[in-house]
Design a protein around this ligand. Structure first.
Ligand code: NPW
Ligand code: ADP
Length: 471
């Protein structure tokens, strides 16, 4: 599991760690880790420019520049505010023979040490000018701790900021490196442990990795399992207008760990479902989880009420999202995309896209439900506990019907006994990985994604899942 902590938590951990080892030791560890990445990573034959701000982030950059120079490589520094540069860092850089330039122009490799977690989002003045130059010329850029100018705690980018190819972050990840538009500005994130671990509390954001198969443990059938103990998932989806959605939700439901799929809906649609998927039982009955909404017709509200009355976990997607009662429960998983969440909250889609985490939390708070906000980095917010962000998948997954497959898979995971946060986050993770598996580097259909899920799930359980992301 990857973990991210907010600025207040990092500050508190820093204080505690510094009491034990001293501030200078923390900064030297950060600079060491940064220099190692730079030495391994910087394109040879080009002189990097280290952009240096007034705080400790600039200090890290200065010490790292000194190390790079000491190892025989060229390095220039460019000070945002020479009067306020980190004193010891500047002395070290000068002693090592680092060059000093007034402006970064002409450099094709940049180390961004302008601002770190002490920054307010949005750069101004000279730093904003550097951001504009960087956006125009696109030098290869490594950010120190965070790209300067992003919203570190919320993942927003309300003003000028740098865009990195790689970010070397210290101690723990930060929410802004994982969620929202800021995460796109971070590039590939490398975590440099600097000994903060023992001092950090519960993270605010987590992300599953290929090593987290443990979350699926409650869903794995044991020797004496049968189809009912594995869980029954009920599907209330599709309509005569959108019969395909019924097939896709069923395909998603069949791809997961549950042992039994029921379908409840229009008779003609039910007949078609059984023709394509003869394992499905087209009759109401006891279920351990419901999926309601994809391709739903005029009766989507009735289906939602019926599913909620059952007092089992319910996945609410698409049409059913238009019929929410005032209050829901934590085991109800709402699965909007940004447009649907905007409608639910009566805001513009662009507002949701510019600050997805805040909007997902607002919806979770308003309905008391678990919210899975779909997108490039799908976000899962439950009423309590850390947010989960999904880092698997591919932009090819943005294809009609793939959300229907996801809702079916989520229903299966819930029916098999996973708690809502785990079901939603591992469902998004497997769904994204299946899209890559179905056709690495190319287009996929929602049907192909569903077909790829069982093998991806098996590889995940066996700890041999690779290539889960192609971005
Ligand atoms: N995590 C750890 O344990 C360790 C952390 N370390 C490193 O420390 C970094 C945090 O350092 P930091 O606290 O000195 O803050 P930092 O980000 O350099 O900036 C503060 C300065 O920026 C200014 N300023 C703020 N916003 C601004 C804006 N929008 N536009 C313009 N200026 C703005 C602000 O000025 P003021 O707010 O006073 O006006 C102040 O002068 C952290 O990211 C990591 O790299 C490591 O050394 C080792 C251990
Ligand atoms: N750019 C992207 N990168 C990765 N995944 C994406 C991207 N765009 C969409 N997705 C994923 O594709 C799925 C689309 O779901 P949805 O919008 O509900 O489609 P539909 O309603 O057609 O089924 C979601 O799982 C979403 O996270």
């Amino acid at each position: 599991m990857l973990h991210a902590h907010d600025v207040a938590a990092v500050r508190a951990a820093e204080e505690l760690a510094a009491r034990d080892v001293g501030w200078d030791a923390l900064m030297q560890q950060a600079a060491d880790a940064l220099a190692e990445v730079l030495l391994a990573e910087l394109p040879s034959g080009r002189t990097p420019v280290f952009l240096v701000g007034p705080g400790n982030n600039g200090g890290d950059a200065l010490f790292a520049a000194a190390r790079v120079r000491e190892r025989g490589f060229p390095a220039n520094v460019c000070l945002l505010d020479p009067e306020h540069a980190h004193e010891a860092g500047l002395a070290a850089a000068r002693a090592a023979g680092v060059g000093e330039v007034d402006e970064p122009h002409g450099h094709t490799v940049v180390v961004d040490g302008i601002l770190g977690i002490g920054a307010r989002a949005g750069l101004s003045g000279r730093a904003a000018g550097w951001a504009a130059w960087q956006a125009e010329t696109r030098p290869y850029t490594v950010a120190v701790d965070v790209p300067s100018g992003i919203g570190v705690d919320d993942g927003t980018t309300p003003g000028p900021h740098l865009v990195a190819d790689r970010t070397v972050t210290f101690g723990t990840s930060k929410p802004g490196l994982l969620v929202g538009p800021a995460a796109d500005a971070a590039g590939t994130v490398t975590l440099a442990p600097i000994g903060l671990g023992p001092y950090l509390g519960e993270p605010v954001v987590e992300a599953l990795t290929t090593a987290d198969a443990g979350v699926l443990a409650p869903a794995v059938p044991h020797g004496d399992a049968h189809k009912y103990t594995r869980g029954v998932v009920g599907v209330r989806a599709g309509s005569t207008q959108f019969p395909g959605a019924a097939h896709l939700v069923v395909a998603g439901a069949q791809s997961g760990p549950a042992g039994y799929v029921r379908f409840v809906g229009d008779d003609a649609v039910a007949q078609q479902v059984v023709l394509r998927a003869p394992e499905v039982v087209p009759a109401a009955g006891r279920v351990q989880a419901w999926v309601v909404g994809p391709g739903g017709g005029d009766d989507a509200g009735t289906h939602l009420s019926a599913a909620l009355a059952d007092d089992v976990p319910v996945v609410v997607d698409a049409t059913a999202l238009q019929h929410l009662p005032d209050h829901l429960r934590a085991d109800v998983v709402l699965t909007p995309h940004a447009g649907e969440l905007a409608t639910l909250l009566d805001v513009d889609r662009a507002e949701v896209e510019s600050d997805p985490w805040t909007h997902a939390r607002t919806a979770s708070g308003r309905w008391g439900a678990t919210v899975l906000l779909k997108g490039r980095r799908t976000i899962v917010v439950a009423p309590t506990g850390p947010t989960r962000v999904n880092l698997s998948g591919t932009a090819w997954l943005g294809t009609a019907g793939s959300g229907d497959v996801l809702s079916g898979l989520l229903g299966s995971l819930l029916a098999s006994g996973l708690p809502p946060r785990d079901a939603a986050s591992v469902g998004a993770f497997l769904h994204g990985a299946a899209a890559v598996r179905a056709n690495p580097g190319g287009p996929v259909t929602a049907t192909a994604v569903a077909a790829a899920i069982p093998a991806v799930l098996a590889d995940f359980l066996a700890g041999r899942l690779t290539g889960e992301r192609d971005w």
